[in-house]
Design a protein around this ligand. Structure first.
Ligand SMILES: NC(=O)c1ccc[n+]([C@@H]2O[C@H](COP(=O)([O-])OP(=O)(O)OC[C@H]3O[C@@H](n4cnc5c(N)ncnc54)[C@H](O)[C@@H]3O)[C@@H](O)[C@H]2O)c1
Length: 362
């Protein structure tokens, strides 16, 4: 598989796509040394992760050249991220280049730009995600999310940017008691460091739009789930544990509800936002139809054919009781129209999980 060219302790360049030897000056494949056009390539940060890999795959499917930058950290099992990168290599061929390193590392990014000058379109998905771990280690969240996003905004401003799209989060709505969360709501009271970093990214993005007239869209995702999902999030965790007959932790009495969004719908929204630069915009990308935790568990039982073993836990600090996106703005401005009801998404997730388990057992 891929050999890696180590550039600095924190940064490696994956040469399986960009270079086929350990030296950039002696590449076996002349295409690897070709300098890409910044106008016809797209930078996807966090492309080894869950949502980023799906976005990169969709861009490759429509014939785009995609520059993936990801530090491939161990927030969860790195083999999952390696598998995501393998999907992109297979899907992209010569149209994908994969670079491993920290988006805060300027020297690393300068090396990326030698063959892939800063693309004029950016999909910035790299971040430390997850609410609860941000309470234990807020500094790593400030690093990747606030420092990292500022670095990318700065580079996009310096090199010229046509469209800059980044992942914010529904967690900016904090403990809002509103029935529908709207982009016009005041979101000044984040209840976790993670949420605070996402709000900070939105503020910084506005500043860059104001100063440099950049087109920037901040996308507030609402609990994304689907194939290749994050193992720290309830959908995949519950499918896995219930399938294996292991207990699941249920925080609270099961009456909390979430607006779960199937990953294909989120990807559709991301690409639409990228393709329709409209100054500075914040969009909710949700499903618009929340599901109670107890109903979610019943669906997983239905599609796995197993009964859940429930371990009762108290409510968690930083968790919010209910999320529901008002998606009217994204519908109006982007023609965003989520197609996957939650039960159908869970069915697809279980199907993917079972085929991945079967393949791993071979
Ligand atoms: N999945 C969701 O439900 C959800 C909900 C709201 C917001 N979001 C946001 O969407 C984006 C994608 O989330 P995801 O679920 O795919 O998470 P993920 O953890 O699967 O992917 C994030 C990727 O970013 C990379 N990364 C982190 N810090 C980096 C750094 N400093 N330099 C380079 N790479 C770095 C990680 O290695 C990882 O592969 C994130 O910004 C997240 O905060 C996700």
């Amino acid at each position: 598989m891929a050999s890696q060219l180590t550039r600095s302790p924190s940064s490696t360049i994956d040469d399986s796509d960009a270079m086929s030897t350990t030296s950039s000056s002696s590449s076996a494949n002349p295409k690897d040394d070709e300098v890409w056009d910044s106008a016809t390539s797209v930078l996807v940060t966090g492309g080894a992760g869950f949502v980023g890999s799906h976005v990169a795959e969709a861009l490759l499917a429509r014939g785009e050249r995609v520059v993936v930058v990801d530090e491939v950290n161990d927030y969860y099992d790195v083999s999952r991220k390696e598998a995501n990168l393998d999907v992109l290599r297979r899907a992209g061929g010569d149209n994908v280049r994969i670079f491993r390193g920290d988006i805060c590392d300027v020297a690393f990014l300068e090396q990326v730009f030698e063959t892939c000058p800063m693309p004029r379109r950016v999909v910035h998905m790299a971040a430390r995600a997850g609410v609860r771990p941000s309470i234990d280690d807020p500094f790593v969240y400030v690093h990747s999310n606030v420092h990292g996003t500022t670095r990318l905004l700065e580079l996009a401003a310096k090199h010229g940017s046509d469209s800059f799209v980044f992942a914010s989060s529904s967690s900016v709505y904090g403990g809002s008691k509103k029935a529908l969360f709207s982009e016009t709501d005041a979101v000044d009271l984040p209840v976790s460091p993670y949420a605070a970093t996402k709000k900070a990214c939105e503020l910084l993005a506005y500043t860059y739009h104001h100063l440099y007239k950049m087109n920037i869209a901040g996308l507030r995702f609402f609990t994304v789930f689907g194939p290749r999902g994050r193992p720290d999030m309830a959908p995949l965790k519950f499918v896995d544990k219930i399938s294996r007959g292991e207990p699941i932790d249920r925080f609270g009495d099961g009456s909390s509800s979430r607006d779960y969004t199937y990953v294909d719908d989120v990807v559709d929204g991301v690409l639409k936002a990228l393709d329709r630069p409209l100054g500075y915009q914040i969009y909710n990308l949700g499903n618009g139809s929340p599901t109670r935790l107890n109903d979610f568990i019943k669906l997983v039982e239905k599609y796995t054919g197993k009964n859940a073993v429930i371990r009762q836990k108290p409510d968690q600090p930083g968790d919010v009781p209910r999320t529901c996106a008002d998606i009217s703005k994204a519908k109006t401005l982007l023609d965003y129209d989520p197609q996957t009801p939650f039960p159908e998404g869970i069915r697809k997730l279980v199907e993917w999980y079972q085929s991945a388990e079967a393949a791993a057992a071979k």
